[in-house]
Design a binder for this molecule. Structure first.
Ligand code: ATP
Length: 287
């Protein structure tokens, strides 16, 4: 078997401080192959952002490891880029669109001509070539999020991490941005880990959906999304298989809201199964 590009092994994160201890993530193990598009969905407060920050090297896990292309992550790796929900806070208002997209490239020690080329290509890829000289505050929310995506794309990451990137935009813009992500993924071959609390969005976008339990968090299910690769907001979302898959994830999330990681682990011990939705395997397979 080929080595996965991203490997998350036994990640646990407990926040301590101000006399409070919160075990946000209990025990998360999964891997992502090169070129995959995986969505992570879970109830509010399930530790999705905590997990993404651990993967991005922005937060140190209390236990467990994150490995990217065989190297342990212990700080932000050059091969990763993150797009956050709050585009308003992630763009510099005093810099033009072009300036914002170019900024992280300056760390890469590329010459000016190459930087300009990457900025131009990224803005073209997200459909913003004609506003390169505008300031973020002159653009709509959806356009600002496109700038944030262009900035991540220009950086040419191997893995693109996205933390509820479309939560703050209207439904129509959100649909357009979802299609933009699928088309960038096809065009660039980048590996994407996309966190969302929106069940429909996770099924529409993903090749796989990881369903998280309530905090302290474990993976309740690792579900393959067997929809055709060519997705379309109208046809895909109205197909019977889409309805089945979203219904299944919805049920899991309802269970997840009431089932914390410790409960799930107790169930695993009882049934010997490792993933919800799969047939339970006897703990001791001997006859
Ligand atoms: N810096 C912190 N210090 C202490 N506790 C924290 C910190 N950040 C997050 N938490 C706690 O960890 C748990 C998980 O939070 P996290 O933001 O990772 O969840 P989430 O799934 O991303 O939530 P949402 O979907 O609401 O954005 C919550 O109980 C939260 O209060």
């Amino acid at each position: 078997m080929t080595q996965p590009l991203l490997d998350v092994a036994g990640v646990q994160k407990t926040y301590t401080g101000s006399g409070r201890t919160v075990e946000a993530v209990r025990d998360l193990t999964f891997s992502v192959a090169d070129g995959e598009l995986v969505c992570i969905v879970g109830p509010s407060g399930a530790g999705k952002t905590t997990l993404l920050k651990c993967i991005a090297g922005l937060l140190e896990p209390t236990a467990g490891t994150v490995t990217l292309a065989g190297s342990r992550v212990d700080g932000p790796p050059e091969a990763m880029a993150v797009v956050f929900q709050e585009y308003g806070r992630s763009l510099y208002p005093w810099m033009t669109v072009e300036g914002n997209v170019e900024l992280p490239l300056k760390q890469k020690k590329l010459d000016k001509a190459r930087r300009r080329e990457l900025v131009r290509d990224a803005l073209e890829a997200v459909g913003l070539a004609d506003v390169h000289g505008a300031y973020p505050w002159q653009l709509s929310g959806g356009m600002q999020q496109r700038v944030a995506i262009a900035r991540a794309v220009a950086y040419q990451p191997k893995v693109l991490l996205m933390d509820e990137p479309f939560a703050a935009v209207d439904a129509q813009t959100r649909a357009d941005l979802e299609d933009l992500i699928r088309s960038l993924w096809h065009k660039l071959g980048v590996t994407i880990l996309f966190v969302t609390h929106d069940i429909d969005e996770s099924v529409y976008l993903g090749q796989r959906v990881l369903v998280l339990s309530s905090s302290p968090t474990v993976i309740m299910e690792d579900l393959a999304i067997d929809l055709p690769d060519e997705r379309n907001q109208l046809e895909t979302r109205s197909s019977p298989r889409f309805a089945e898959l979203r219904g299944h994830v919805y049920e899991q999330i309802q269970l997840a809201k009431h089932r914390k990681g410790d409960q799930h682990q107790a169930d695993e011990v009882a049934t010997g199964s490792h993933r919800a939705g799969q047939p339970a395997v006897a703990a001791d397979p001997r006859p």
